[in-house]
Design a protein around this ligand. Structure first.
Ligand code: GLU
Length: 298
């Protein structure tokens, strides 16, 4: 079976120990399957991007021996493709303009008795689903329930993760009508990632477990846009000393390029692979981990 995998970093800072685990896992899985490994720079959220971080990430990957098999894709150059996807959804009656401000959404939620949980985006109360009521269009949202009904999809939406096993999410209830194009005109991650995975012919997605919760939304969008659904695997997160996921936002240190072998050893251990003797080359280490990876059905 053909295999095309990918690593899709956001250039909001350099790679850190956690993102290296996701990069290494996706690379090893592609190699173990005799497949291709691609890189996509997810710079759609321009205000969060740091100039030069994209090139630095590519340089870091190369230092770790992780070199893409095809030219790198940049999301900032893909607006036309995202607009075409949004137009297709609007034409089917599955996407609608939303004129709500953040404050209006929060007030409507409070009225409905919803409380906002920590780290959870609040469910959109559906205010603009049946029309803007004189408001100006700011964002575009997916009409989740309409898609589910029109496509006769089962609720909750079920999918299989190669590592985590069977998963499910009631997208209408737990997430609601999520944003496709933001009020500031930028493309939402969910739409961009689905359009680009299809454009790059991605068959297997291997990424960090912090993204597990996005998968049902992405599968729903694949169904809506008649795009194939890749296989999914979410890899363990690396936690910082405070027990929180390592991220650029909570100040995870950039990986030092002076000792790439050591950084790779740590990433491999997080994936349950054994360390190699000091003195081995990066190439030997990657070969040995690829073989080990291939023996475990994942
Ligand atoms: N760009 C996303 C991130 O860095 C990852 C997207 C994905 O792998 O689906 O968190």
């Amino acid at each position: 079976m053909p295999y095309v995998g990918r690593f899709a970093p956001s250039p909001t800072g350099p790679l850190h120990a956690g993102s290296l685990v996701a990069a290494l896992a996706s690379w090893l899985d592609a190699r173990a399957h005799g497949g291709q490994w691609l890189v996509r720079i997810e710079d759609a959220d321009t205000p969060r991007c740091i100039p030069g971080a994209d090139q630095f990430i590519l340089q870091q990957l190369a230092t770790f021996g992780l070199v893409p098999d095809a030219p790198v894709m940049w999301q900032s150059q893909r607006s036309d493709a995202y607009q075409a996807a949004l137009n297709a959804l609007i034409a089917k009656g599955w996407a609608y303009p939303c004129g709500c401000s953040r404050k209006e959404i929060e007030d409507a939620q409070t009225l409905m008795g919803h409380t906002r949980e920590r780290h959870h985006a609040a469910v959109y109360p559906g205010t603009c689903r049946d029309g803007l009521n004189g408001k100006t269009a700011r964002a575009y949202r997916l009409n989740v329930q309409r898609v589910i009904e029109d496509l006769k999809l089962a609720t909750p939406l079920a999918w299989h993760d190669r590592l985590l096993g069977d998963q499910q999410q009631d997208v209408a209830k737990e997430v609601g009508d999520f944003v496709l194009r933001r009020a500031d005109g930028l493309w939402a991650y969910q739409l961009a990632v689905v359009v680009d995975d299809a454009a790059q012919g991605i068959t297997h997605i291997v990424r960090g477990a912090d993204l597990t919760d996005n998968t049902a939304r992405q599968i729903l969008l694949q169904y809506s846009l008649v795009l194939p659904t890749p296989s999914y695997m979410h890899t363990p997160l690396v936690l910082g000393e405070n027990g929180e996921k390592l991220s650029k936002q909570n100040g995870a240190e950039a990986l030092s390029l002076s000792d790439p072998f050591n950084a790779l050893q740590t990433a491999a251990q997080a994936l349950g692979l054994s360390k190699l003797e000091d003195g081995a080359s990066i190439e030997q280490a990657l070969n040995s981990w690829t073989q080990a990876w291939a023996t475990v059905p994942r």
